[in-house]
Design a protein around this ligand. Sequence first.
Ligand code: ADP
Ligand code: MG
Length: 813
Amino acid sequence: MRGGREAEASAAQAAIQAVLRPLAFAARDDFAHADRVRDLESSVERAAARAARGSVPPELRKALRGVRDAFRSELSGAERRAAVEHALALLRPFADTGYAARVLAQPPSVLPGLGPRRAELLAKRGIRTVEDLLFRLPTAYDDRRSLETVASLDVGRHVTFAARVLGSGFSGWRGRGGRGGRMFEAVVGDETGTVELKWFRGGETLERTVRKGALLLVTGDVKRYRFAKEIQHPEVEVLAEPGEEDAPAAAEADAPADAPRRIVPSYAAPEGLHPRALRRAVARAVADYADLVTGRLPESLVAARRLPTPGEALRALHAPGPDADPEALAAARTPAHERLILEELYLLELGLALRRDRIARAPGPPIRVDGPRLRAALRALPFALTGAQQRAWRAIAADLARPHPMSRLLEGDVGSGKTVVAYLAAVAVAESGHQTALMAPTELLAEQHFRTLRRLVGGGTLWVELLTASATAGHAESVRAGLAAGEIDVAVGTHALLQESVGFRSRGLVVVDEQHRFGVRQRAALRGAGEGGAQPHTLVMTATPIPRTLAMTLHGDLDLTVIDELPPGRHPVRTLLLRAGEGKEVARLLRETAARGEQVYVVYPLIEESEKSDLRAASESAERIAAAFPDLRVDLVHGRLDAVSRHEVMQRFERGETQVLVSTTVVEVGVDVANATLMIVEHAERFGLAQLHQLRGRVGRGRRPGTCVLVARGTGEGSEARLAAMLETTDGFAIADADLRIRGPGEFLGTRQHGRLPDLRIADLVRDRRWLGVARDAAREALARDPGLRRDLPLRDAVRARWGEALDLSEVG
Ligand code: ADP
Ligand code: MG
């Protein structure tokens, strides 16, 4: 199987095959054709010499050189036969496909210079094999190419250069006026010349490092002393100890050891291991093992993007040549990075796609999507669907109609109209005799969805109920009974809906809103064991602005639909930034808005530790506004209000009975009052960018233009950048990119997506997101060609070995 796909062999395996091919041909039919193979000697010799030049283990190199030497000269019949048999015997241990994997799985202690103690230090950092070491890329590069040569050092300049110590020691000096003393001197030089270094003090501490043969990096001011140049009290750093070669890889092993003008990789070494020792060990690993690494990317992709082999890529990153671009290296933007990162992302995307395919093959309830009840619901909608909503609905309808569970992510900016699409799905599911569970992360949001659905249902036939922890016992009881009997079509609630006490007669669809807190694994639990073996359809809705390519991987086991269009007549929300002391302007906007009969939100941040004081700020503000505008009705809502009072407050605002709603962030999600057109965010500097974007999305939801006033009362880390981004754009994806830029990849993914995806070795989902789509397309194509990767077991095994546990792929294939 394996030999059938050249792309899967490592460079070393391919090179061995190139030697074996003519040998095997000559040996065929008991050497019947051996005499007729033309140029056998020269082709075997050339192939073996070439293979021996690769980054392969010493024992393999030795065998290849043995083969090369056996075919150095023209051979007669019997000699030929003996040489072929000898060569085949030499190469036999290396020819089997498991060889590379076995060798790469050896502990790093097989490398010279890494004893058991150092190997243990590495193991603590997760480096347990030679392969781990190969894939521990440099954290930085030190560009020493522009170092000056000793001959070019100009008197009077401050310079940095590298040179070997040719000799050093103490000597006496005598100056004018009879002064004198002891000084430490060293003569250092490179291939262009020599220069003297002098220390009139502190020589004792230098004596041990500035020794004959050591390679130094020297920085100091060049002076003239009689006919020579000298540098007094330079700073020195030892680049290499005496006798230590400074060239990192065998590729450079023949280069003069005195050639320090190159780009030097540096590694994050564990404590107790000298960075230089680690660098040398990695260099050894690269020189002896890099070409054993097997590439998994499809050959067409490698060709189209002109990617280097994994071995070439490893050499380029661990031992960059003199023409390398240090900036591109530091930014992970070289073809070598591209190869290794794509390799890693490809396996990840294959894992995600395998998982998705497995789910897609499970039985699911087929749903009728052209029934009269659905058509009536479409006709009764209070508005025409936008083009984007229509596309989303078509994709969902096609999924529902299949006898397999849907797994779809519906992504759309705040207010883009996702709920309507979910509603249509629920109607279709009900028409086919199944039920829908709609889950929101908070009770408030569940209540909001409930109201939205009720409004859409109008006098229609869909029976929707709300089931939350704050429901009265009697109500909860009757809802449970209605669900068990199959009378209720849609239950809206929080994740409590998944509890066993809530028994649906036939749950056909699970809709999860704003579910960004859930990862691949949690989603499996959420889908739950379906009734009668059939798994319900799943629709995940999110407005979380995360860059699209990133979303595709974080939700890589879902199909993606994006609603990228807002309902017509929406105006982008005007955004203003005001500072403390501009309260008059805020009051003016509030008065004007109320005078037009429109409503206002005032939002205060809520910070866990100071909940009370923030609540105080919100209530004081409510009182102040009520006092300043006696004709306006002002209400206050916050998280510690009980559900009934909270519901009443929200209803008063929704019905337009109150004009101003002061709150502590609870309107962030789920409030939908088209007549609210002014959003005042107090202490805007304390909110995250995603939150600000969500808050702003609460206004401008109707035909009247909305205004968002960000009141900054202080300044914090990154806050000015966040506020600037809010003024610059209203586009959710642009906001997401800005968020990423401001917070940095670590925090952007770290806090919010924590636990979503297992550790990547080289790739960074944020930095490398432009390659995510490439890897994903390649993975999907590979699976379309070969479902379950049944015809490429080595590839499937590689995916399993890397991601099997993390993605729960045990049953895949
Ligand atoms: P989302 O959940 O994506 O934030 P919603 O589904 O809550 O958005 O819709 C936002 C508002 O826009 C709601 O008031 C909804 O009734 C309205 N709406 C949705 N689709 C349309 C449309 N095609 N035309 C006009 N208004 C719409
Ligand atoms: Mg919504």
